[in-house]
Design a protein around this ligand. Structure first.
Ligand code: AHG
Ligand code: MN
Ligand code: MN
Length: 322
C-alpha cells in the first residue's frame, strides 16, 4: 500500500502543500489517540462555555481545536486559520502561503455515545497583500479550495482527501504511524435507493422537500416505483462517508424550527470541503438554488442548506423545487 506523500506527489501536489497536509494530519493522529481513549481521556464531558454560534462546547471540541490551532500556527505554512470553535480568524505567519478552515470535531453529540465523529478541513491560498488578521481573507468561494478532506474516527481512522485530482481513501496504520492509500478515485454511484436526513425536522421543511421525501417514503406504491432505505449518523462526516462509499442522498434542508437559523451546516468548514470531495467523486452538492462551491461567502460562520450525493437523485430532488 502506498504512503501518503508519494501518493500526493503522483498527483503533482507541490511540496509545501504536502508539508502542510502532513501538519494537519499530525493533529488528527493526536485527536484519534484521544478519541480512542474514550472515558480514559477524561475529556468526555461538556465545558461551561458556548462557541460563537451558541452551541455548548464539549471538552473534546476544545482540546481538538487547540491541538489543530497550535500545530498549524506553529508550522509557519499558514497565514491564518479559522475554526468552528473560534469567534473569528486567527493570524499565523504573514508569509504563509495557505489558509485553513476546520471543524475540529464534527458530530459532537456522538462523543458521549462512543459513535462516529471526525475532523473536517479546507485549504485555500492566502491572499498576498492582505493582513494576516483580516477575516475577509476567508471570504473565498469553495471553488477556490486547493485541498479538502476529513478524518473519520471510526472503528478504523480514515482520511478522505482531494487536491482536485480525484477523491482518495486512506487508513491510519498505527503500527507504521501514518496514513496509507487504500482506494484511489472513489466514485459515487449515479443512482441510489438510500437517503439521509434528520426526519424529526420534517414538519419544518419547505414544501418541495416535504413532497420529495414523502415520495421516497411511498416506495413501490408511489411515483418513484421503488423502495428507499434511510440512514442517519448525526455526524456529517459519517453520512458523507457512506455516500462516498456506496452512494446515497444526504440533505440538511432549510427549516423553520428557529427562524433566526434556517440552516444548520456551516459553509466554510462543513459544506465546502464536503462538496469538493463529493464533486471530485462524480457526485453533486447543491442548495435548492445553486452549486454550493459557487457561493461567495459573507461570513466565516455562515450556514447553508445542503443536498449532496448521487447525481441523478440530487437532480431528482431539485426537480421538486422547479
Ligand atoms: P458539530 O458537531 O460540528 O456542531 O456538527 C454537527 C452537525 C453535523 O455533523 C450533523 O449532520 C448535524 O449537525 C446533526 O445535527 P442534528 O442532530 O441537530 O440534526
Ligand atoms: Mn460539524
Ligand atoms: Mn464541530
Amino acid at each position: 500500500m502506498q504512503r501518503l506523500a508519494p501518493a500526493l506527489r503522483e498527483d503533482n501536489v507541490p511540496l509545501d502543500l504536502i508539508s502542510l497536509i502532513k501538519t494537519v494530519l499530525a493533529a488528527t493522529k493526536e485527536i484519534s489517540f484521544r478519541v480512542g481513549q474514550g472515558h480514559l481521556s477524561g475529556l468526555m464531558g461538556s465545558t461551561l462555555d458556548e462557541n460563537i454560534q451558541g452551541e455548548v462546547q464539549k471538552e473534546l471540541d476544545v482540546v481538538a481545536n487547540e491541538l489543530f490551532k497550535d500545530i498549524l500556527l506553529e508550522s509557519g505554512f499558514v497565514k491564518a486559520i479559522s475554526s468552528e470553535e473560534e469567534d473569528t480568524s486567527v493570524a499565523g505567519n504573514p508569509d504563509g502561503k495557505y489558509i485553513v478552515s476546520f471543524d475540529p470535531l464534527d458530530g459532537s453529540s456522538n462523543i458521549e455515545i462512543n459513535s462516529l465523529i471526525g475532523t473536517i478541513f479546507s485549504i485555500h491560498p492566502a491572499i498576498d497583500g492582505m493582513d494576516a488578521s483580516d477575516p475577509d481573507m476567508f471570504k473565498q468561494a469553495g471553488n477556490k479550495q486547493i485541498c479538502a478532506g476529513y478524518v473519520l474516527y471510526g472503528p478504523s481512522t480514515m482520511l478522505v482527501m482531494t487536491t482536485g485530482k480525484g477523491t482518495h481513501f486512506y487508513v491510519l496504520d498505527r503500527t507504521y504511524g501514518g496514513y496509507l492509500l487504500v482506494e484511489r478515485n472513489v466514485q459515487i454511484s449515479e443512482d441510489t435507493q438510500e437517503f439521509s436526513v434528520n426526519m424529526s425536522n420534517q414538519r419544518f421543511w419547505e414544501s418541495p422537500m416535504q413532497d420529495y421525501i414523502n415520495d421516497l417514503l411511498l416506495g413501490t406504491e408511489g411515483p418513484r416505483g421503488k423502495n428507499f432505505n434511510m440512514r442517519w449518523c448525526a455526524a456529517m462526516v459519517g453520512d458523507v462517508h457512506r455516500v462516498l462509499t456506496r452512494g446515497g442522498l444526504f440533505t440538511y434542508p432549510a427549516d423553520s424550527k428557529d427562524l433566526a437559523k434556517p440552516n444548520k451546516l456551516r459553509l466554510m468548514y462543513e459544506a465546502n470541503p464536503m462538496s469538493f470531495l463529493v464533486e471530485q467523486a462524480g457526485g453533486l452538492s447543491v442548495t435548492s438554488t445553486q452549486r454550493i462551491m459557487d457561493i461567495e461567502p459573507t461570513d466565516i460562520h455562515q450556514r447553508v442548506e445542503v443536498i449532496l450525493g448521487s447525481k441523478n437523485e440530487v437532480n431528482k430532488c431539485l426537480s421538486y423545487y422547479k
